[in-house]
Design a protein around this ligand. Structure first.
Ligand SMILES: NC(=O)c1ccc[n+]([C@@H]2O[C@H](COP(=O)([O-])OP(=O)(O)OC[C@H]3O[C@@H](n4cnc5c(N)ncnc54)[C@H](O)[C@@H]3O)[C@@H](O)[C@H]2O)c1
Length: 414
């Protein structure tokens, strides 16, 4: 039995999913194909995902392919209750609601796994972690799984290195058609959508400090610059730092950037990126947002514990007054700002990411039992198929190698 905020909310959830459907031609073409071929007939799929309209559509695509689908959130603040209700009306079991407590969040993950699922679709690694700890008895039903994001892959790699990973996991994030577009263009746009709609403040002319110049950081920097912001990058990797310099951005340590930043965006996948010493340097009115997977990048717990005064300024903006009178503002409690205070990535981007998820899940159903490795790359043909189909939907054509060109490129005697 599903556990959601209220089935009565389904109306607007359905509208959101319909809009996504109209803007995800790749997923729609897969849905039509799956309706005919039924690749997931008799398969139970567990998903822990940001429960909003694009992931909802992924659930419906899997269901159209014959799957029994059980879904929960991957972050206590990213579930949209109307979308969860709409999914339940479509016959999917959902265990998620907005602003659940940490305890409820993990209880919902347990509720999904109680259904003895065969394929796991995880975003950040909480579902897989639960299967390897409290609910190990459910591993016997699992053929394999797919991981959506960088942080989840880091956790999987650590488990595989210790030989603790109990079933094959496809690293969806590593696919070209995922991180090139989702992490860079998706995060870049949706982070500023979240910040702009939440704060209603100008970016132009402000100092925008971005911690981390990986795929997501590059996307945020590109969009901050486009909005007229003066971009400052903080990094721990010298190669990425050089890249940021050559892309035209200022690079400096966080303790320097802290003094001049107007907006701070952390997107590192690391912990303690902005802490007490940095808060002490910040200007009155500085705004802090996180776009990394977990809420550990900005030390919000320290602010909560040490503020002399707190005030909710607007929805998703909490003000923390420091002893010297300065106010620092944290967006969405330091959780993923684009999802907790926005609608997440644009639909056309998730069309590609979720096509890879759906095709990787199909690959696991077909080949999971033969796989000997635990960490599986997205098969090249899946990446290629998604790129070919997306390009066709974009109405673009490209050249094809001639036989002579192919031979030239493959020859050792150039
Ligand atoms: N908000 C979203 O919708 C969204 C989308 C995709 C990924 N993510 C998450 O964003 C995070 C980053 O993902 P990515 O794909 O950009 O990873 P990435 O590995 O490409 O980049 C991370 C960068 O952060 C740098 N870094 C690490 N620790 C740092 C520190 N203490 N200070 C400064 N820089 C530091 C690394 O050197 C690296 O360049 C992950 O947690 C990922 O799961 C979020």
């Amino acid at each position: 039995m599903s556990s959601i905020r209220g089935i009565g909310l389904a109306g607007s959830g359905k509208q959101k999913i319909e809009w996504v459907k109209r803007n995800c031609p790749l997923l729609t073409s897969l849905k039509e194909e799956f309706e005919q071929t039924q690749p997931f007939k008799g398969v139970k799929i567990a998903l822990s995902v940001h429960m909003e309209a694009k992931t909802a559509y992924l659930c419906l695509v899997l269901k159209a392919g014959g799957a029994e689908v059980y879904a929960t959130g991957s972050n206590p603040l990213s579930t949209q209750d109307d979308v969860a209700a709409a999914l339940v009306e479509e016959g999917i079991e959902v265990f998620a609601w907005y602003n659940c407590t940490e305890e409820e969040y993990f209880a919902n993950i347990r509720a999904v796994l109680e259904h003895d699922c065969n394929i796991i679709i995880d975003d950040g690694g909480d579902l897989v972690h639960m299967l390897h700890t409290e609910m190990k008895d459910k591993v016997q039903y699992v053929t394999g799984g797919c991981e959506e994001t960088t942080t989840g892959i880091i956790r999987l790699k650590a488990m595989a290195a210790e030989d603790k990973l109990l079933f094959p996991m496809v690293m969806v994030n590593e696919a070209d058609c995922k991180h090139f577009f989702d992490n860079r263009y998706g995060t870049g746009q949706s982070v500023f959508d979240g910040i702009n709609r939440t704060t209603n403040l100008i970016i132009a002319g402000k100092n925008i400090v971005i911690a981390g110049y990986g795929w997501c950081g590059k996307g945020c920097a590109m969009r901050a610059k486009g909005l007229g912001g003066k971009v400052i990058i903080t990094e721990v990797n010298p190669v990425k730092a050089i890249e940021a310099v050559m892309d035209g951005f200022e690079v400096m340590p966080m303790k320097e950037a802290a003094k001049i930043g107007d907006f701070f965006i952390t997107v590192t996948g690391c912990t303690d990126v902005i802490t007490e010493e940095d808060f002490a340097e910040m200007k009155d009115g500085a705004i802090l947002a996180n776009a990394g997977h977990f809420d550990v990048e900005v030390d919000v717990a320290w602010l909560r514990a040490n503020a002399v005064n707190t005030m909710e300024m607007r929805k998703n903006i909490m003000g923390y007054q420091q002893k010297d009178g300065r106010w620092l503002y944290v967006l969405a409690d330091g959780r993923l700002v684009n999802l907790a205070a926005g609608d997440g990535h644009p639909a056309e981007i998730m069309d590609m990411s979720f096509a890879i998820q759906a095709l990787s899940a199909k690959y696991l159903v077909e080949h999971g039992k033969e796989l000997t490795e635990k960490l599986i790359k997205v098969p090249e043909e899946v990446d290629r198929e998604v790129a070919d189909r997306k390009l066709a939907f974009l109405g673009k054509q490209i050249d094809t190698l001639t036989e002579k060109q192919r031979e030239y490129l493959e020859s050792s005697s150039l």
